[in-house]
Design a protein around this ligand. Structure first.
Ligand code: PEP
Ligand code: MG
Length: 594
């Protein structure tokens, strides 16, 4: 039966595919793809775990047999027998084999997927006794998962790539070992998990929770595949292998669509692809307005390898390298955090990747909805967005901060680097940060190691910073406006919480005033200013930002060409007075919409 779910659109376009559910289990489970030649070994891991659990249950049964009825009631033995039966049940074993062989899921993912399917069958049973066996099945699967812990050969090999949406190579999605597009449905995905799926087979994403500028949404957008977040209940209502349409423009998820609906969305999908091909022709065109104003279109990246996409899309530099993605998810994979050498190599790769164009490296912005690992969940903190994140975290961990600063300064010897500091608000934070940068340089000098000059920038993300611009401009060469956080902190709206997503308003007069003042003050003082929040890549705001005097925009590479199209059509002599009227208006959103 066809039904629709509504959420927040976060990445544009239409995806049509079969649902892959990432089920949350009581045991931590890694989700990754094995290579085709690893399938047998992966099935072997399940077999070995099954044999071990069978032995474990036998041992328990033997122990129980020797106990008195007071020590171990008769039912216990019967229960262990049921567990043995469930362990050997074909519905479980065949299903697990199917997911590993057909979908290349790792063993744990295959097990939890199949558990979910069989558990739903139990839920639908009339007989109460049988219905209650679901809990036994869950226990058996948990025993299996515990057995498999530590036996994975590789934790996260890059899964096969399904489709490249750059427009250059066409978009037939063919020849990738899968004959049906897959869409991922999950309750929630940590940004680090999203990163694992970055080069994956998925044609789209849906999550139950999350806001438009949550970091999960941001990574989905950087992958340039349709995505909807905050689609409450999706992971409960959608079933494994259901056909699903994701409308990333409208924020709608259609499950089990009829042939007519499928045909309609298939048409929309092709229209979108044609539009992308049309935009692709703009990639070598300089971004200059009708009145000859040159506009800098920069890329936001999460990993050094993202520079390839940035260059392809015509970015003239990196405006935001979110360096925290080098750190996230490491400890939960049993790996160490990147040391100076590893970071230096990563920054250097990004610099080399940009082929002489500048790279803005932001120091680690950990915390809030970007925990170092998924286990340090929000619940641990009273109010994570207002807690120890970004520069506050770095200043609380000076040894780690110095390591990162040394790595960045060393990398700066190989190309143009801008060093960007997130979430500053206090003069004392500025002082401490500058002192640590000097200390990092001094340490490199002592070691006799080469380092390069950097331009120093501060992010304007907290209203307190936007209201004390003169202080910032005394110390920094440029400012970069992080509208995602600036909106969050100005309006007191958690950007990751879908319950208040309707109040997250980039066009709120207070937000526009802070953005406008920051641009104006930088221009007055002849300092560089850019916007690197999601607003920069949103074509609805391009004209307004141009009118406010912005000439540097940083965004996901996938958004660059659409923004360039707006720039090419713009006349800033007309936009400037209009933008001032928008600032004074009671209904700026209405004026921006036109
Ligand atoms: C922002 O806050 O706008 C920004 C670019 O930083 P992040 O989204 O990583 O918090
Ligand atoms: Mg931010």
């Amino acid at each position: 039966m066809t039904f629709a779910l509504h959420g927040l659109p976060v990445a544009r376009g239409i995806a049509i595919g079969r649902a892959v559910l990432v089920v949350s289990s009581r045991v931590d489970v890694a989700h990754y793809f094995v290579q085709p030649h690893e399938v047998e070994a992966e099935i072997g891991r399940v077999r070995t775990a099954r044999n071990a659990v069978a032995e474990e249950l036998q041992r328990l049964q033997a122990n129980v047999a020797q106990m008195t009825p007071q020590e171990a009631p008769h039912e216990l033995s019967a229960l262990l027998e049921v567990h043995q039966m469930l362990l050997q049940d074909e519905a479980l074993t065949d299903g697990v084999k199917h997911w590993i062989t057909e979908r290349l899921y790792n063993a744990e993912w295959a097990l939890t997927t199949q558990l979910e399917i069989v558990a739903r069958q139990f839920d639908e049973m009339e007989d109460e006794y049988l219905r209650e066996r679901k809990a036994d099945l869950e226990q058996v699967v948990e025993r299996l998962l515990h057995q498999m812990k530590g036996t994975a050969a590789v934790l996260a090999p890059p899964p096969p790539k399904r489709r490249a949406r750059t427009g250059e190579e066409g978009d037939d999605g063919a020849d990738d070992g899968f004959d049906v597009p897959l869409v991922l449905i999950a309750h929630d995905l940590a940004p680090a998990d999203m990163l694992q799926f970055k080069k994956s087979v998925f044609a789209g994403f849906v999550t139950d929770v999350g806001g438009r500028t949550s970091h999960t949404a941001i990574v989905a957008r950087s992958m340039d595949i349709p995505a909807v977040v905050g689609a409450r209940g999706a992971s409960q209502l959608v079933r494994q292998d259901d056909w699903v349409i994701i409308d990333g423009d409208a924020g709608v998820v259609i499950v089990d669509p009829s042939p007519i609906i499928l045909a309609e969305y298939g048409f929309k999908q092709r229209q979108g692809e044609l539009e992308r091909e049309r935009l692709w022709r703009l990639r070598h065109k300089p971004a200059v307005t009708l009145d000859n104003q040159r506009v800098e279109l920069l890329a936001n990246i999460e990993l050094p390898d993202d520079t390839a996409g940035a260059v392809k899309a015509g970015a003239v530099g990196v405006g935001l390298f979110r360096s925290e993605f080098l750190f996230m998810g490491r400890t939960e994979r049993g790996e160490k955090l990147p040391d100076e050498e590893e970071q230096y190599e990563a920054y250097r790769r990004a610099i080399d990747g940009m082929q002489g164009m500048p790279v803005t490296i932001r120091t680690i912005d950990i915390g809030a909805d970007k925990p170092l690992d998924a286990k340090s969940t929000k619940q641990e903190y009273l109010n994570p967005a207002l807690g120890l994140r970004a520069i506050r975290w770095s200043l609380a961990e000076p040894a780690m901060f110095l390591t990162q600063l040394r790595a960045i300064l060393r990398a700066a010897a190989h190309g143009a680097v801008h060093l960007l500091i997130p979430m500053l608000a206090h003069a004392s934070e500025i002082r401490q940060t500058l002192a640590l940068i000097e200390q990092a340089r001094a340490e490199l000098d002592m070691r006799g190691q080469a380092h390069g000059a950097v331009k120093l920038g501060a992010m304007i993300e907290v209203p307190a910073a936007a209201l004390t611009l003169k202080l910032f401009l005394r110390h920094f060469d440029f400012l970069s406006i992080g509208t995602n956080d600036l909106i969050q902190y100005t309006l007191a709206i958690d950007r990751a919480d879908e319950a208040v997503a309707h109040l997250y308003d980039p066009a709120h007069p207070a937000v526009l005033r802070l953005v406008a003042d920051t641009i104006a003050e930088c221009r007055r003082q002849g300092k560089g200013v850019s916007v690197c929040g999601e607003m920069a890549g949103d074509v609805h705001f391009t004209r307004l930002l141009l009118g406010l005097g912005l000439r540097s925009f940083s965004m996901h590479p996938s958004q660059i060409l659409a923004v360039k199209q707006e720039v090419l059509r713009a006349d800033t002599t007309k936009l400037a007075p209009w933008a001032q009227r928008v600032l004074e208006s009671d209904d700026p959103a209405g004026m921006i919409a036109g």
